[in-house]
Design a protein around this ligand. Structure first.
Ligand SMILES: NC(=O)c1ccc[n+]([C@@H]2O[C@H](COP(=O)([O-])OP(=O)(O)OC[C@H]3O[C@@H](n4cnc5c(N)ncnc54)[C@H](O)[C@@H]3O)[C@@H](O)[C@H]2O)c1
Length: 272
């Protein structure tokens, strides 16, 4: 399939965290290109709103409430998708983020054990649980594509976000293991977004931080969820049939350093 012919016609997808931000745009994009989508989210109203929008466009999409950190919930989510669609061809492990105070920039000494565990559960364990539940279907049908949402912080650790950075680095490693393990019929890739304007980032950002954040981005703006979604659509589709085990950045050239090479964040002490 050439990029100009991109289509998910006849394909069924699960998008975790599909109720908001990047996941919502990925799910809506797959549906617009002819796919059926299971919008899976902890927030059932947001998931249903995304599924309803894609149904209005003609897709047979569904919404499922799931906590991706719980194996029983994940198995139920995959069961619901199978019941509705017969199978699963695409899995987008997008649900994630940094829980509670760990999202604030701060030193490791202030990070609670609970925040560490929660951050690893939602960003890393979720990828294991969802992949474990879906991989047998993909292996049996000899077709499947998995896209994991990592982060630029997984490649260039972000001072002040140790749990999130380490969990996303582990998502990249897990992506590479799975790409080898599930080949040759199932492809596994990761995306590493930088600063993307979503409900989560605008809520967590202090207004005075924006200028400082953007000073670290060579392209001098935040990315949009649509820009990340387009990369996910490519990786999930047959247009990327020879691509597996890769990590693609969507970060405006950002490398967590200022353009003159100084550390990106100098306000750790203030944040503590
Ligand atoms: N926005 C960014 O700047 C950015 C940058 C790098 C990576 N990412 C990654 O992209 C992904 C999406 O981020 P976003 O900014 O769109 O976030 P968002 O908060 O807008 O959306 C995340 C969605 O996931 C759902 N969710 C959270 N925990 C869940 C759970 N346990 N089970 C099921 N659903 C759950 C939320 O209800 C929400 O609808 C995350 O993995 C995030 O780490 C985002």
């Amino acid at each position: 399939m050439r990029l100009s012919e991109l289509s998910f016609r006849g394909r069924a997808a699960i998008v975790t965290g599909g109720g908001s931000g990047i996941g919502r745009e990925i799910g809506l994009g797959i549906a617009r290109l002819g796919g059926r989508v299971c919008f899976a989210d902890m927030d059932p109203d947001k998931a249903e709103s995304a599924a309803a929008e894609s149904r209005a466009g003609g897709s047979e999409s569904i919404a499922v409430r799931v906590d991706v950190t719980r194996a029983d919930d994940v198995d139920r989510m995959v069961g619901a998708a199978r019941e509705a669609f017969g199978t699963v061809d695409v899995l987008v492990n997008n649900a994630g983020g940094a829980s509670g105070p760990s999202f604030r920039i701060g030193r490791v000494c202030k990070l609670s054990e609970q925040d560490w565990d929660d951050t690893f559960a939602v960003n890393l364990k979720s990828v294991f649980l969802c992949t474990r539940a879906v991989a047998p279907l993909m292996l049996a049908q000899e077709r499947g594509s998995i896209v994991n949402m990592a982060s630029l912080t997984g490649q260039f650790p972000f001072p002040g976000l140790p749990a999130y950075s380490a969990a996303k680095a582990a998502v990249i490693s897990l992506t590479q293991s799975l790409a080898m393990e599930l080949a040759p019929h199932v492809r596994v890739n990761a995306l590493a977004p930088g600063l993307i304007e979503t409900p989560r980032t605008s809520l967590n950002r202090r207004p005075e931080q924006l200028g400082q954040l953007l000073s670290n981005v060579p392209l001098a703006r935040m990315g949009s969820p649509e820009e990340v979604a387009d990369m996910a659509l490519y990786l999930a589709s047959d247009a990327a049939a020879f691509i597996s085990g890769t990590v693609m950045d969507c970060a405006g050239g950002q490398m967590w350093l200022t353009r003159d090479g100084r550390p990106a964040f100098r306000d750790l002490d203030r944040a503590d």
